[in-house]
Design a protein around this ligand. Structure first.
Ligand code: BGC
Length: 329
């Protein structure tokens, strides 16, 4: 007779095996870690996938779109159940979606839009609103004067959305000649150095002193501030985005005016939930939205304006950053 204890243990063991075997395999394809926020995205996303019983494989192409396609093919060969992609290049990433489609693997477009009809879900923030909030803030602080716009690369669809949002708000002020857009830079990458060089180049070649720099994100803002002569720092209104540590410190110090805070937790958590649903072969219902003529199931979260007056009630309260981190070097 087999003792009851062993029979019991046998069943306990076997009941655990299928769940291990059935764990949903999620492939997360990042872009790079140049901007702080992506560490947070990865950490929150992977831990939520684990909490939901899934397994996460992360690949990072370090800003190289061709490498991202290669890594996508590797994940497809490794038989992931779903691919979650932060596209390096929204057009080039269409090839990733096509390769995944052939293997029957759904793709989630994370934070940045991939221009394909076959994307299963797009989750991000209202990126046009990001640009609108930046421009509205600048206009409130400086309703007349010279404006410089510095945006990210067009390979990132968000850059185009930020720019469109900014222009939609600024246009009436340009038309009525209240403000003048003295430069409208589009960078090759989301690079602090490039933003610094562009600002420097502008200041060297132009007499019109900028009153506002609409910098699309915090890295760009930090670069632009570095190029400003001392007498202009704190006088020029500088916007940003991401609530990066450096920028929040600059905001407290009065060098940068504001940032746009996009709470990463709801984005990463929701994306992980959708990833598990799709991996199980279920349908994930979003709102049908159209981007560049392509309709997808999507969720767009709300961006939040943060400046010196509300950083404690927003980014600090949310645990995005601590007062100690803001006080440290
Ligand atoms: C994101 C921003 C980020 C930028 C650079 C954009 O697509 O929406 O939050 O600052 O990429 O990584």
């Amino acid at each position: 007779m087999i003792p009851f204890k062993f029979i019991f243990l046998f069943f306990v063991f076997w009941s655990g095996v299928p769940s291990l075997l059935n764990a949903q395999k999620v492939g997360l394809l990042m872009d790079s870690y140049i901007i702080d926020r992506w560490y947070i995205d990865e950490k929150l996303f992977t831990s939520k996938v684990k909490e939901l019983g899934g397994e996460c494989v992360v690949e990072v192409p370090h800003g190289d779109a061709d490498e991202q396609l290669r890594l996508a093919k590797k994940l497809i060969e490794d038989k992931v159940d779903v691919l979650v992609v932060v596209p390096v290049d929204g057009q080039k990433a269409v090839a990733i979606v096509e390769a995944a489609k052939q293997a029957g693997i759904p793709v989630i477009s994370y934070d940045r839009f991939i221009a394909s009809q076959d994307v299963s879900f797009y989750i991000s923030f209202d990126n046009e609103k990001v640009g609108k909030l930046q421009a509205q803030y600048a206009l409130r602080k400086m309703p007349s004067g010279n404006y410089i716009l510095i945006n990210g690369p067009v390979s990132d669809n968000n850059s185009i959305a930020f720019h469109n949002g900014q222009l939609s708000v600024l246009k009436p002020y340009v038309d009525s000649k209240k403000i003048r857009i003295v430069a409208d830079f589009v960078l090759h990458g989301w690079s602090e150095l490039e933003a610094m060089m562009k600002t420097d180049e502008y200041l060297t070649n132009n007499k019109a002193i900028p009153n506002v720099i609409i910098a699309a994100n915090d890295a760009v803002a930090t670069g632009a501030i570095q190029a400003l002569p001392e007498e202009l720092v704190s006088k020029v209104i500088v916007t940003g985005q991401d609530a990066d540590r450096t920028s929040l410190k600059n905001i407290i110090a009065g060098k940068q005016s504001m940032t746009i805070y996009k709470p990463i937790k709801p984005l990463a958590t929701k994306a992980a939930e959708i990833a598990i649903q799709l991996a199980k072969g279920e349908h994930a219902q979003g709102t049908k939205l159209k981007f560049n003529g392509i309709e997808v199931d999507a969720i767009l979260l709300e961006p939040i304006v943060v400046d010196k007056t509300n950083y404690k009630e927003t980014v600090v309260k949310d645990g995005h950053i601590s007062l100690a981190e803001l006080a440290g070097k």
